[in-house]
Design a protein around this ligand. Structure first.
Ligand SMILES: *[C@@H]1O[C@H](CO)[C@@H](O)[C@H](O)[C@H]1NC(C)=O
Ligand SMILES: *[C@@H]1O[C@H](CO)[C@@H](O)[C@H](O)[C@H]1NC(C)=O
Ligand SMILES: *[C@@H]1O[C@H](CO)[C@@H](O)[C@H](O)[C@H]1NC(C)=O
Ligand SMILES: *[C@@H]1O[C@H](CO)[C@@H](O)[C@H](O)[C@H]1NC(C)=O
Ligand SMILES: *[C@@H]1O[C@H](CO)[C@@H](O)[C@H](O)[C@H]1NC(C)=O
Ligand SMILES: *[C@@H]1O[C@H](CO)[C@@H](O)[C@H](O)[C@H]1NC(C)=O
Ligand SMILES: *[C@@H]1O[C@H](CO)[C@@H](O)[C@H](O)[C@H]1NC(C)=O
Ligand SMILES: *[C@@H]1O[C@H](CO)[C@@H](O)[C@H](O)[C@H]1NC(C)=O
Ligand SMILES: *[C@@H]1O[C@H](CO)[C@@H](O)[C@H](O)[C@H]1NC(C)=O
Ligand SMILES: *[C@@H]1O[C@H](CO)[C@@H](O)[C@H](O)[C@H]1NC(C)=O
Length: 795
């Protein structure tokens, strides 16, 4: 028979490893061959001796008051022991496996400790089999050798593998195991300690530990099986959290529905908005914020990634770690690595946590007792979202029959699910909502459907619920996209769906009985806009509306559903131009089309007048003194903007601008330009009615010298030439520099202008040939004296 001592000693010490001789308390590094001792992996051995024993502990030096994980045995002679790391070898592996019968992994290495006790040569081997380990004691000769293993005191009481006293000289023992909550389990152990709370421990044949127990979000079925499903339902204004508590949202803000501290970059939030009534909020869309990207799940099955629309189908699509898919029941977004799925059908969101999602769930789904203001997300909400509205109650609602319907959740087939999911919060949500909001737009089924869907997570199929309740499991309004101020609802008569105006949005228009926004007068075009959903409410088809000119129709914006009409200078659409003292008015009308075949009509006849105006420049307003020639005055009154500037030049080509403090020679020719910007020359022209000079800032002060009178050069001043007036959007004239006799040497120039609509008008003033009347007495120039010119003009 093969002598074990010789056999084992034949194996080669691991290359590079030094034999270590220990004679006093020492820490031996075995990290190159760590030993998994009853389930705990160690890379050190703390070796110490007493008179009688050698203590080799894995976690600390031996302490009799607080024993650790140790192998103890008879003290060697001279308190001397030798430590070696030995390479694995297939022959050795097979030998140990035959001896133990229980080891399954392959051998990686071993730690060999040799010593002399009396006449016996002792060799203790610790075998590293990965998660498993074995120990073997060789002794030649017959001595009183006792070795035993022990695990920490705390463990001993609960250990299934008790203190193993190891006396036999050629025993090989399996020191594999698993540790869980201060207990050591033997390989191949399954412990189901409490089926009610579903805790169990499994230590596999190869000593790997598996524990199960229901996580904070799991559900123990009572038969030892954890059901890995926890559902949060958000439907209408109601949130039913993972613990079945209910909360209700009254305002129109965005709220955090789900977040967890273990995943700081992930957030699910719900946006609540009004629909037909201002005083009831509905979950309107769900946003998944993943790594800084927003995936919006919206009504109609629409999915937006940041600002782009995604096209989804039943085969899933991976977007920033989220699997998105869509079917006729709604859209599902799954975070596979986290076992979180978010479903949204346009009305109801269900967040299903299929596994322990970490320490805790925060947001409305996790803990409804958190304060709502802490969970409100201002960056996703409009500023006025917290405003709450009141409205008169809907007297047509019969709360008793509503309650009866909501209570169907306690009857078959729903009742089969009642033990897994408490129907009460769903019934409360259903009655609370439907006692104050009409049961339209699928609301009659919404709460029943939400409960049925939550039950499906628990494998309750609720056979026949749709036929019993007259509901469909398909999403309402699938594939209809409404704009932000609209929601998708059901038409009363036909049952078809369309986009309706939200109540708060519509109320702004209902207040002044209008169908749209104030006319935008911009860049010489006039564009009134009507609100598509308001037109639909009045059963007006926008394509049957026209301006005065029947070829001018409205254009509908595909996204906002706003209908815009427009006319401009090149497409006038039958615009009627009128003037009064202060304005030129361009007026048109949006009206219903006339069909010659219609003898009667049952539709409202639409007639919406709108206009854009130019305000006339007006002398009666304040005068200001221009210090910088380029200063312009902006006129915003009326609706069409334009600016007026006045400039003076000294040369015929009008390139030499007169600076505000330029010195001018008397009798020098000054060329003036009164220029407008922003006017459409094909619609209006500018007419300078009069220009005059004073020596004080006030345009009404005296003395006064007229340059232009009634659009024509003052015949009394032969130097004045009106070069262009009433032809276009600028006017030009010139005069020779002068100064007032006596008094101030300043000259203030004032002009009065008006706008003249070109349509059918000749705006150019008719001037008589100037009479050559000389009034030189009042125009006595002093040629050497420099003159300052300040120009002031009024509008
Ligand atoms: C080693 O054992 C001796 C005797 O029990 C003890 O006095 C000493 O403190 C121990 N050394 C260490 C490092 O624990
Ligand atoms: C030593 O091992 C052999 C075979 O494994 C066994 O037959 C023998 O009884 C053992 N001896 C002692 C003293 O236990
Ligand atoms: C919910 O929050 C409240 C207050 O913050 C806390 O007392 C309670 O323990 C929490 N419940 C759960 C289940 O986290
Ligand atoms: C539902 O059934 C599936 C497949 O049969 C199963 O994997 C799952 O654990 C079941 N869920 C529950 C809550 O019973
Ligand atoms: C209706 O009234 C609102 C607020 O009073 C105003 O903002 C809006 O422009 C008005 N609409 C029309 C078409 O006059
Ligand atoms: C509106 O009128 C157009 C043209 O007459 C027609 O094609 C369209 O179907 C109508 N739309 C609705 C909603 O009735
Ligand atoms: C005027 O309106 C028509 C049609 O609305 C448009 O095609 C044209 O470009 C507009 N012209 C100007 C000058 O704005
Ligand atoms: C001139 O028309 C404008 C715009 O229609 C109007 O607001 C204003 O009252 C009118 N002024 C006079 C004096 O008629
Ligand atoms: C439409 O018909 C009515 C009544 O015949 C008429 O008064 C109106 O001017 C017509 N409108 C248009 C735009 O032709
Ligand atoms: C008029 O012009 C000013 C300055 O460019 C601008 O701020 C204002 O919005 C304009 N008004 C309209 C009605 O276009």
């Amino acid at each position: 028979m093969l002598c074990p001592l010789l056999f084992l000693s034949a194996f080669i010490v691991l290359a590079g490893a030094q034999q270590q001789t220990v004679t006093q308390p020492s820490v031996v590094d075995i990290s190159s061959c760590p030993i998994t001792y009853y389930g705990q992996k160690y890379g050190k051995l703390y070796v110490n001796f007493t008179r009688r024993d050698i203590m080799m502990c894995f976690d600390k030096f031996y302490d009799p008051r607080n024993e650790g994980d140790c192998i103890m045995g008879s003290s060697p002679d001279k308190r001397r022991a030798y430590f070696n790391i030995v390479q694995a070898n297939s022959v050795l592996e097979r030998w140990v496996k035959i001896k133990t019968q229980t080891i399954q992994n392959s051998l990686r290495c071993s730690v060999q400790i040799t010593m002399q006790i009396g006449s016996s040569s002792i060799s203790l081997h610790l075998f590293n089999f990965g998660t498993e380990a074995a120990m073997f004691l060789e002794a030649d000769g017959i001595g009183l050798v006792a070795f035993y293993t022990r695990v920490s005191d705390v463990l001993i009481n609960k250990v299934e593998v008790n203190n193993i006293v190891y006396k036999s000289q050629n025993d090989t023992i399996d020191i594999s195991g698993c540790r869980h909550s201060d207990t050591v389990y033997k390989p191949g152990t399954v412990v189901n300690s409490d089926p009610q709370i579903c805790s169990s421990v499994t230590c596999s044949e190869t000593a790997t530990l598996q524990t199960s127990g229901c996580g904070p979000l799991e559900h123990c079925q009572g038969n030892g099986i954890c059901v890995l499903a926890s559902t949060c339902t958000v439907t209408g204004p109601t949130v039913i959290d993972v613990q079945g508590h209910m909360n209700s949202i009254q305002d129109h803000c965005a709220y955090s529905l789900f977040s967890t501290p273990s995943l700081p970059d992930f957030l699910v939030l719900g946006n609540f908005r009004d629909r037909r009534r201002k005083d009831v909020s509905f979950l309107d869309s769900v946003t998944l914020r993943v790594d800084g990207h927003d995936i919006h799940l919206e009504q109609g099955g629409r999915v937006q990634l940041d600002d782009s629309t995604l096209t989804l189908s039943s085969s899933s699509q991976l977007v920033h770690g989220v699997q998105l898919s869509k079917d006729q029941t709604g859209v599902t977004a799954e975070l596979t690595n986290l076992k979180i799925s978010v479903f949204f059908d346009g009305d109801t969101a269900q967040i299903v946590l299929k596994g322990p999602a970490g320490s805790s769930v925060e947001g409305l789904c996790g803990n409804s007792s958190s304060s709502l203001s802490d969970l409100r997300l201002s960056e996703y909400s409009s500023t006025s979202c917290e405003m709450q509205y009141s409205e008169t109650a809907d007297s047509t609602i019969d709360c008793n029959s509503v309650t009866e319907r909501c209570n169907l959740l306690k009857e078959a087939p729903f009742s089969s699910c009642n033990t897994d999911i408490d129907p009460e919060p769903y019934i409360t949500a259903c009655t609370d909502t439907l006692c104050k909001y009409p049961a339209v737009d699928g609301l009659n089924c919404q709460f029943l459907k939400a409960y049925a869907r939550a039950c499906s997570q628990y494998n309750h199929t609720l056979d026949g619920w749709t036929s019993k309740t007259g509901c469909s499991s398909e999403a309402f309004c699938q594939d209809r996209t409404c704009s932000d101020h609209e929601f998708c609802g059901e038409k009363m008569v036909s049952g078809d769906t369309r986009c309706f105006c939200r109540a708060i949005f519509a109320s702004k228009y209902q207040a002044n009985n209008s169908l749209g926004d104030a006319t935008v007068c911009k860049e010489n075009s006039a564009s009134p806009t009507l609100v598509g959903c308001l037109l639909e409410d009045k059963d007006i088809n926008y394509s049957a509306l026209q301006l005065n000119d029947p070829t001018c129709r409205g254009r509908v914006d595909k996204l906002t559903h706003m209908v815009t009409f427009s006319f401009n200078s090149s497409k006038r659409c039958g615009t009627v131009v009128t003037t009064n003292n202060s304005y030129i008015i361009y007026k048109n009308t949006i009206r219903s089309q006339n069909y010659s075949s219609d003898v009667i009509t049952r539709k409202d006849q639409v007639q919406i007048d709108f206009s854009c105006v130019y305000s006339q420049p007006n002398i009666n307003t304040a005068t200001f003194r221009i210090r910088d020639w380029s200063v312009a005055q902006c006129i915003t009154s009326g609706a069409w903007n334009y600016t007026l500037t006045i400039k003076a030049y000294t040369d015929a080509g009008r390139t030499q601008l007169v600076e505000w403090n330029s010195e001018l020679q008397l009798n020098e020719k000054i060329r003036m330009v009164l220029k407008t910007d922003g006017l459409d020359g094909s619609m209006v022209s500018v007419v300078t009615d009069s220009c005059w000079a004073t020596d004080k800032a006030s345009p009404t002060s005296s003395p006064r010298h007229d340059l232009i009178i009634n659009g024509c050069a003052n015949p009394a001043d032969p130097t004045v030439q009106v070069e262009e007036n009433g032809l276009a959007t600028s006017t030009y004239f010139s005069f020779n520099m002068f100064r007032f006799t006596g008094g101030s040497s300043d000259i203030f120039l004032h002009c009065q202008l008006h706008l003249c609509p070109k349509q059918g008008n000749n705006c150019i003033p008719t001037c008589n040939t100037p009479a050559r009347v000389r009034r030189s007495a009042s125009l006595a120039y002093e040629p050497e004296a420099p003159a300052f010119i300040s120009v002031s003009w009024t509008y």
